[in-house]
Design a protein around this ligand. Structure first.
Ligand code: ATP
Length: 454
């Protein structure tokens, strides 16, 4: 009796569980630790076929039983949410396999902590980059890590020193207004930055918005008259956003201002001089503007002396992580919540998505994650749901769409990086298994992971 009790104590002394099956694959021993790890009682498991208790693909001990193999595995997925270090052996009697024994120790928590540490390390590095960025003079509000944006910054610094008219192009939400502001901040001008959104002003009000009006210029006008944006921008920068939407009749009038540097206020008879630096922006392609009947090409040539193109976010995935953590912090502050933990899988998914709405879309997604994640970690499902909502397959690695600015080798590299990221995820970030699935050696995979920053 005492002996039996002692053996039981010994078996449960460490954190290892023990399970024994017989030749018919029935469970004949299930230790207390096994019951603890898997949350299944002795009474429930003993006598059952092991395949009734666990899914066959998770059962290493069947290999020991069927193939007479000893197997030692680190971080084996025992169930959908439990990871164990495992050792499995056949039980031999007179050289015959009569059963199998498996011993497991639960490492789910260690695995979770290791992942958290990895993410925290990434966070710290991204945040320290962002800190450097915040000290980055006139570009401090622009968060980036990519060499693509570094290149844009260099072009802006050169262009801002001249008086040339600048046209910023780029898809919606890439941050054209931020870059316009940085041009203003970098220029040596004393006046203000005056933005005007050409797409948002009804055409009958456009002229008075831009040129201003004198007292009593028209019925309903302000008695004192009004300053137009051109006057407000004196000695500073006039930023015409969505320039492609300027009404045609205004285009003619504005072109005259640019040529003559003079204009009349509405209802005024004294010519005023126009003295501003012009920065315009459009999300239409220059070639489309030139081809269309609703935009004058002579005006386009005038405003596009220097072109600054802001590439879409999908062409600079390095910026996604920096922007993500920057906005995660600022939006958590805005909503008065703790900054929640973001696991690597979420970051990888964010980096793989093609962001047609660019940074604006990313900010909206982060806002959702901050508002609707209830646990201590951000809820990945919120992003999956979002992808479904916008018609994307959440599980599929997304292919970058073709753009004219991308060279073939860069496009191929992006596909390669996306696919490797996808296979790594499918294999629980296990480099050994992923390298086998990809048909490349482990060192080659490591080198690629490092190069693509996966
Ligand atoms: N690199 C960046 N760092 C920080 N915030 C950014 C960055 N790029 C864009 N944003 C933010 O993304 C949002 C959208 O930017 P913005 O309005 O400048 O886009 P846009 O290119 O002018 O778009 P649209 O063509 O639709 O007007 C803004 O809140 C802006 O502050």
């Amino acid at each position: 009796m005492l002996e039996k009790a002692l053996i039981k104590e010994l078996i449960n002394f460490h954190n290892h569980s023990f399970t024994i099956i017989d030749k018919q694959e029935n469970v004949i021993y299930w230790s207390d630790r096994a019951a603890e790890i898997f949350g299944m009682s002795n009474e429930y498991v003993i006598g059952k076929k092991i395949t009734e208790v666990f899914r066959e693909e998770h059962l290493v001990m069947l290999e020991s039983l069927r193939d007479n193999k000893t197997i030692v595995k680190k971080q084996h997925k025992a169930t959908n949410n439990i990871y164990v270090d495992i050792k499995s052996m056949p039980i031999l009697i007179d050289g015959e396999v009569e059963g199998a024994i498996v011993s497991e120790v639960n490492v789910t928590e260690q695995k979770r902590q290791k992942e958290q540490i990895e993410t925290l390390k990434n966070k710290v590095s991204v945040l320290s980059d962002n800190m450097k960025q915040l000290k980055n003079g006139n570009f401090r509000n622009i968060i980036y890590k990519s060499s693509v944006i570094e290149h844009v910054k260099t072009r802006i610094e050169k262009a801002a020193k001249t008086n040339a008219n600048i046209l910023i192009t780029g898809e919606t939400g890439v941050g054209k207004e931020l870059f316009a502001k940085s041009i203003h901040d970098t220029s040596d001008v004393s006046g203000e930055f005056i933005p005007i959104n050409c797409g948002a002003i009804p055409s009958h009000l456009f002229e008075s918005e831009l040129f201003g009006y004198e007292k009593g210029a028209f019925t309903g006008a302000n008695r004192e008259g009004n300053k137009g944006k051109i006057e407000l921008a004196e000695g500073g920068t006039l930023f015409l956003d969505e320039m492609g939407d300027m009404p045609l009749d205004m285009q003619v009038k504005f072109l005259r201002v640019l040529q003559e540097k003079q204009y009349f206020k509405l209802g005024g008879n004294k010519e005023k001089s126009a003295d501003f630096r012009l920065v315009s922006a459009t999300n239409r392609k220059i070639a489309d503007l030139l081809a269309s009947d609703d935009f004058r090409s002579d005006l386009l040539y005038r405003i596009n002396v220097v072109n600054i193109h802001i590439p879409p976010l999908r062409e600079r995935p390095d910026d996604i992580e920096s922007l993500f953590f920057y906005y995660l912090y600022s939006l958590s502050e805005k909503y008065g919540t703790d900054v929640k933990y973001a696991n690597q899988q979420l970051i990888n998914h964010l980096k793989a998505y093609h962001w047609p709405g660019n940074v604006r879309e990313l900010i909206n997604v982060i806002e959702r994650l901050v508002i609707f994640s209830n646990e201590e970690a951000l809820n990945n499902e919120i992003f999956d749901q979002y992808l479904t909502e916008v018609g994307e397959d959440a599980k599929q690695a997304t292919l970058p769409s073709v753009t004219e600015e991308l060279e073939l080798k860069d496009y191929v590299e992006k596909i390669e990086a996306d696919y490797i990221r996808h296979v790594l995820e499918e294999n629980g970030q296990n480099v050994e298994r992923a390298s086998k699935a990809l048909g490349i050696s482990r060192p080659t995979l490591y080198a690629k992971v490092k190069r693509f920053g996966l």
